[in-house]
Design a protein around this ligand. Structure first.
Ligand code: PA5
Length: 432
């Protein structure tokens, strides 16, 4: 991953005091990352070095992978599915249409008849109970949406195939209500380390098991994350992009740029953007600071897709208020489709003959950078290289460490989300 901040409109001298301020916390993160006890709030940093976990997930994926497996339905919401979906779509594509990629992951997050109908129709066309697997993920084991989706699928599968227990896997906190049911009903189940919160859990079984089942190289994925932990706890600022990035974001917030725009140059990265949106939204948006004083802190994370959203948001970004700080995130991996040298619709766009779609996107990307510069709006560039499992592992871990630093600078707790509970409790009350 390449991180370039020449156009952030901030000098190194401005971030230097913040880097110094964070130095004890950087040392703390390094220490925590070397532990194996999963007892600290930052324990997610221990996951990439957990060899036993990787081995266990790899072996479980082999065991659960039947020869005819075609679909894996991942039920979970927020931190329990976004990381997995982000990685899967970045690799498999946003349309999930490549027929040679089996098994396919299908995600059920919110409760919708439309998605549930699509899934049950797929199941109706399957003849063998081993053709699919359902993975229900809920750390608390009590979130309404995943439980409701599990129930509907459970009864659909029971009606079609009989006893559904062998086709369900639960991933939840040890001892949670879902865990207890898994034990009672003898359903395969896996735990999440207690101090690893949903949005920090993609390198636990939560992300690793479905990704491994989908054929994604999880050893490479965690190797990328491991590298990001080494870099993100390094005193060498040229390597420590997480630290630098957190400082830049903090300074922009102080200058009034309280909107953070992840501008990703491919539709297959949309969920990657949404995963980060959740990470930032839940980690930084806080009513109280670490001492309990009311602060109402927060940065509003938004996601833009290039080039689609240039045709809806660029006017606002370059003509509207200077309240946004942008990360341009790209991966140019090689040319596949190209226009013919003799185009059918002559004369519409000059010089387009023979150009690949990727080179057109690169030209658009260049145009976007130039617009930001002309309008003197700050941006950084993140190049995801080939956006393969290793690179994505690096990126996700880099973002989690960045968020820990940023929360520290903003003096808020990066790991809780008390406000989310407000709706969860009332929803349960309204259902009575
Ligand atoms: O990041 C978080 O902690 C949340 O977004 C949770 O993942 C989300 O609310 C789902 O909770 P659970 O996994 O307990 O069902």
């Amino acid at each position: 991953m390449k991180f370039s901040y020449e156009k952030s409109l901030l000098e190194d001298s401005a971030i230097e005091p913040l880097i110094q301020e964070l130095s004890p916390y950087r040392d703390h993160l390094k220490t925590v990352s070397k532990h194996t006890d999963y007892l600290e709030p930052e324990s997610a940093l221990q996951l990439p070095s957990d060899k036993a976990l990787l081995e266990n997930v790899t072996n479980s994926a082999i065991r659960l992978h039947s020869p005819t497996l075609q679909y894996i339905i991942v039920i979970g919401i927020g931190g329990s599915n976004l990381g997995t979906q982000a990685v899967y779509e970045a690799i498999a594509g946003s349309m999930n249409l490549l027929v040679d990629r089996l098994p396919k992951l299908i995600f059920l997050d919110t409760v919708t008849d439309e998605k549930m109908t699509a899934v049950t129709r797929i199941l109706e066309h399957l003849t063998n109970i081993d053709d699919f697997l359902v993975i229900t993920i809920s750390k608390s084991g009590t979130t309404t949406e995943p439980i409701a989706n599990t129930e509907v699928l459970w009864s659909a599968i029971e009606m079609q195939f009989g006893d559904p227990r062998s086709r369900f896997v639960f991933i939840t906190d040890e001892g949670s209500p879902l865990w207890k049911i898994a034990e009672q009903k003898k359903i395969e189940h896996f735990s999440v380390p207690p101090h690893v919160g949903g949005r920090y859990s993609v390198f636990s079984t939560v992300g690793l098991l479905p990704l491994a089942l989908a054929g994604i190289d999880i050893a490479e994925f965690v190797a990328g994350a491991k590298r990001a932990v080494i870099d993100g706890t390094s005193p060498q600022t040229s390597k420590n992009h997480a630290l630098v990035s957190a400082c830049l974001t903090h300074l922009h917030v102080k200058q009034g740029r309280t909107i953070h725009n992840s501008f990703l140059f491919s539709p297959k990265f949309e969920v990657l953007g949404k995963w980060y949106r959740q990470l930032m939204g839940e980690s930084i948006g806080k009513e109280r600071d670490l001492e309990g004083n009311p602060v109402h802190a927060g940065i509003t994370p938004i996601v833009s897709i290039g080039s689609t959203d240039l045709h809806s948001m660029a006017q606002l970004y370059w003509g509207g208020p200077d309240d946004k700080y942008t990360h341009l995130i790209s991966s140019f991996t090689g040319e596949v489709h190209a226009l013919p040298h003799q185009v059918a619709l002559q004369g519409l766009i000059p010089n387009i003959n023979g150009k690949s779609l990727e080179s057109i996107m690169q030209a658009i990307y260049g145009g976007v950078k130039s617009a930001y510069e002309k309008k003197e709006r700050p941006y950084v560039e993140i190049d995801l290289g080939q956006a393969d499992a290793r690179e994505l592992g690096y990126y996700l871990q880099f973002r989690m460490i960045e968020m820990m630093y940023l929360a520290r600078l903003m003096n808020v707790n990066a790991f809780d989300q008390p406000a989310v509970e407000l709706y969860k409790e009332t929803t349960r009350e309204l259902l009575t």
